[in-house]
Ligand binder design. Structure first.
Ligand code: ITT
Length: 194
């Protein structure tokens, strides 16, 4: 029997997310695609879930595919009451400055527990939200950067139970454990079993 490839349009402009999502999706009968249009959603939700919904709904109105999906993710640090959280991408001007700002905010602080969160939202052709998933990974903020893989805050996130930062993991190791890996695996299992 022919295996139908499900076409999912991604509501994101972050190429690192797209690369990771494609690697995670490789064992599923899906094709994750970027829209060929401008995508500038106003991410004014109060939670990861709300922002994922905003992005997935917006992209569903702009392009055509079987489904539309968006990821909203970020790093939540306990000592900073969950910051940078939903503001992770905008915490400072550049990723280097974002990391410096976070390390400064935790200078002299022993309580360094943090978690990455990823919320995914799936929308159908009618523009209806039909499934949502969420993934987490726990860890600690290191004192300095280590590792060159991954993106964003990966060089300063020490994965719980491993003596490595997320940027010291191979892409495959990261995707097996990560917030995005968990959320996307669950989403793709759901969508391919319908
Ligand atoms: P889109 O909204 O276009 O998808 P974005 O980068 O603005 O792209 P978010 O608003 O979801 O996306 O912000 C996510 C930020 O959180 C991202 O830019 C990183 O700084 C951080 N982040 C998320 N997942 C990460 C990961 O796996 N590793 C390191 N940092 C991550």
């Amino acid at each position: 029997m022919e295996n139908k490839i499900i076409k999912i349009i991604l509501g994101t402009s972050n190429p690192n997310k797209v690369r990771e999502m494609n690697a995670i999706a490789k064992d599923f009968s899906v094709e994750l695609m970027l829209p060929n249009c401008e995508f500038n959603p106003v991410e004014n939700g109060a939670t990861f879930e709300e922002n994922a919904r905003i992005k997935a709904l917006e992209i569903s109105g702009l392009s055509s595919g079987d489904y539309f999906m968006a990821d909203d993710s970020g790093l939540c640090v306990d000592y900073l009451k969950g910051a940078p959280g939903i503001h992770s991408a905008r915490y400072a001007e550049t990723q280097e400055k974002r990391i410096d700002k976070l390390l400064s905010a935790l200078k002299g602080v022993n309580k360094r527990h943090a978690r990455f969160v990823c919320a995914l939202c799936l929308v159908n052709k009618k523009g209806e939200i039909i499934h949502e998933t969420k993934g987490y990974i726990e860890g600690e903020i290191t004192l300095e950067r280590s590792g060159n893989n991954g993106f964003g805050y990966d060089p300063i996130f020490l994965v719980k139970g491993l003596n490595k930062t997320m940027a010291e993991l191979s892409e495959e190791e990261k995707n097996t454990l990560s917030h995005r890996g968990q959320a996307l695996n669950n989403m793709l299992k759901w969508v391919t079993m319908r």
